[in-house]
Write a protein that binds this ligand. Structure first.
Ligand code: NAD
Ligand code: UDP
Length: 316
């Protein structure tokens, strides 16, 4: 049994990671300030004596003793990370400094939830880890993109300077049950809109692409990366290489829910990347990892989740 800290553990990915670590027999400490996460996501673990929650903002130092740290704390949806952009940068940068400092003091291994956003609006397709990216440093997405890039820098400097055991995952769009119904990301938006027969909001012409990974595959990738040999740091792309336009996703949401929703076209947000698709050769070779859940199968499970949620509650 390992003692494992999950920052951002009450969010979408954090909640699934805590569940998996508990079921693997570990002692889990979830740290979260509940900005986008919620107690509701983790309430079912509260009776488990091997699960603890600490309401804490990672921008401030944390003193605990654990064997491994998964650093997930950071709002991930554009509407949420742009709500208080200064806090978003602080969360990535101060949060990384604090969690790396903690890891250094206690000799823990630490995994960073980085993002495909480090590639910005990529000129290389599909994106490989060696690509340095095309990021606007002064735009509305920069608080997130540059915050995550700086966090990666800190991770690699702690690795070089302090010989810390680091693992950096570049996560591509991930979806599944326990996304917040008002999260604002495309999969949850489209499913909720389709289930409620409300207009499906396409930003721009809907020709931009994304690659959608089902959450169970992503969590397997996290565990494999954390358990990989000491010499392997990443950065490593984790995502599903299947690439779809936003219009294709909207059509799937309508067809799979039998919805009467119509498409409405809204302005494309500033700096919205045109294409995004991971090259996962490194993950395949180094981690023996690749996603196994097809988009239709993952959407079906996600639709079932939201259908139950929307019919049973207001989804606070
Ligand atoms: P989420 O918004 O559901 O979860 C983030 C969690 O972090 C929430 O519980 C939130 O309350 C918490 N948090 C935010 N700021 C905090 C702070 N200062 N101190 C403590 N807790 C704080 O998002 P998610 O989809 O679960 O993403 C988790 C991580 O994975 C994030 O770091 C995100 O950048 C990264 N990521 C996610 C995706 C994706 O598609 N889901 C893609 C790329 C990267
Ligand atoms: N998008 C959309 N309608 C929505 C929400 C998002 O068309 O209601 C688009 C958005 O402009 C982007 C893509 O879907 O091109 C993915 O957006 P999301 O916020 O999920 O994540 P991103 O990959 O942009 O961080």
């Amino acid at each position: 049994m390992k003692r494992i800290l999950v920052t951002g553990g009450a969010g979408f990915l954090g909640r699934h990671l805590c569940e998996r670590l508990l079921s693997d027999g570990h002692d889990v400490l979830c740290v979260d300030n509940f900005f986008t996460g919620s107690k509701r996501n983790i309430v079912e673990f509260m009776d488990n004596p091997y699960f603890e929650v600490n309401r804490h903002d990672v921008c401030f130092p944390l003193y605990v003793e654990v064997d491994e740290i998964y650093n997930l704390a950071c709002p991930a949806s554009p509407i949420h990370y742009q709500h208080d952009p200064v806090q978003t940068t602080k969360t990535s940068v101060h949060g990384a400094i604090n969690m790396l400092g903690l890891a250094k003091r206690i000799g823990a291994k630490i995994l960073q939830a980085s993002t495909s956003e480090v590639y910005g609006d990529p000129e290389i397709h599909p994106q490989v880890e060696g690509y340095w990216g095309n990021v606007n440093p002064v735009g509305v997405r920069s608080c997130y993109d540059e915050g995550k890039r700086c966090a990666e820098t800190l991770f690699f400097d702690y690795f070089r300077q302090h010989k810390l055991g680091i693992k950096v995952a570049r996560i591509f769009n991930t979806y599944g049950p326990y996304m917040h119904p008002s999260d604002g990301r495309v999969v949850s938006n489209f499913i909720v809109q389709a289930l409620e027969n409300k207009p499906i909001t396409i930003y721009g012409k809907g020709e931009q692409t994304r690659s959608f990974c089902y959450v169970d595959d992503m969590i397997n990738g996290f565990i494999k990366l954390m358990d990989s040999p000491d010499g392997f740091t990443g950065p490593v792309n984790l995502g599903n290489p299947g690439e779809f336009t936003i219009l294709e996703l909207a059509q799937k949401a309508i067809d799979m829910t039998g919805s009467r929703s119509e498409l409405v076209f809204k302005p494309l947000p500033s700096d919205d990347p045109t294409r995004r698709c991971p090259d996962i050769s490194v993950a395949k070779e180094q981690l023996d990892w690749e996603p196994v859940v097809k988009l239709d199968e993952g959407l079906k499970k996600t639709i079932e989740y939201f259908d139950t949620l929307l019919s049973g509650s207001t989804g606070d």
